[in-house]
Design a protein around this ligand. Structure first.
Ligand code: PRP
Ligand code: URA
Length: 213
């Protein structure tokens, strides 16, 4: 993104294809969950381009050789509950030996301000590359608070992965955290009067867990 050097938009036809299915209100929660998982894996492929590597000595049928492995023990994936769980499931499939933490935030329906209700993070967070995940970056309040919580627990190297972002959220996030790489798969038009992303996909947590009213 031109104005924010820490922001990357993953503009790819396969990702756009899957996001169209997410946006479609007829997509039921099983398909929705699966699609969020797949998008997170594709996004993780890009966001973990510079993941730490260790060398392993192995033997092929032909010879002995030193080959790279991702140093999974140096990684930590942190979903923002609830909706972030859909994404961390995909990352867990990609790199099952990574550490996991959880941050629980919900947006007050009236004020739209995030409220913390849960936080459980690995004790050695300062030594880990932390990947915070949440499908939606709307006002940016939740992601900004979550980064604050990660820093308060010692995190030094943080990236944030979302699926759909609103311009308002990108601005707020990047101006508050110019040192945190932000990856998004779609940049939508705007927020509506209820601070929902337009066109968006509705409430991500409700779509993933089937709790629509
Ligand atoms: C959604 C979403 C983000 C937040 C984004 O969660 O998953 O966490 O809203 O909005 P913001 O950028 O304006 O803060 P929600 O608060 O609906 O909680 P839920 O996942 O438990 O439904
Ligand atoms: N949270 C969501 O789940 N969707 C939005 O559009 C905005 C916030």
């Amino acid at each position: 993104m031109q104005n924010y050097p820490n922001a990357t938009l993953l503009d790819h036809p396969i990702i756009r294809h899957k996001i169209t299915h997410l946006r479609d209100k007829r997509t039921h929660c099983g398909q929705f969950r699966e699609m969020v998982k797949e998008i997170a894996m594709l996004e993780g492929y890009e966001a973990l381009r510079h993941a730490p590597i260790v060398t392993k000595h192995i033997e092929t049928p032909i010879c002995e050789t030193d080959q790279p492995l991702v140093d999974q023990k140096k990684l930590c994936f942190v979903p923002i509950l609830r909706a972030g769980m859909g994404m961390s499931d995909g990352l867990a499939q990609l790199l099952p030996e990574a550490h996991f933490g959880h941050i629980g935030l919900y947006r007050d329906e009236i004020t739209k301000q995030p409220h913390e209700y849960y936080c459980k993070l690995p004790g050695n967070l300062s030594e880990l590359d932390v990947y915070l995940v949440d499908p939606m970056l709307a006002t940016g309040g939740s992601a900004i608070d979550a980064v604050k919580m990660l820093r308060a627990h010692g995190a030094k190297k943080i990236s944030f992965l979302c699926i759909i972002a609103a311009p308002e959220g990108v601005k707020a996030f990047c101006e508050t955290n110019p040192d945190v790489p932000l990856y998004m798969c779609a940049l939508d038009d705007k927020l509506n009067e209820n601070a929902y992303i337009v066109p968006g996909l509705g409430d991500a947590g409700d779509r993933i867990f089937g709790t629509m009213k």
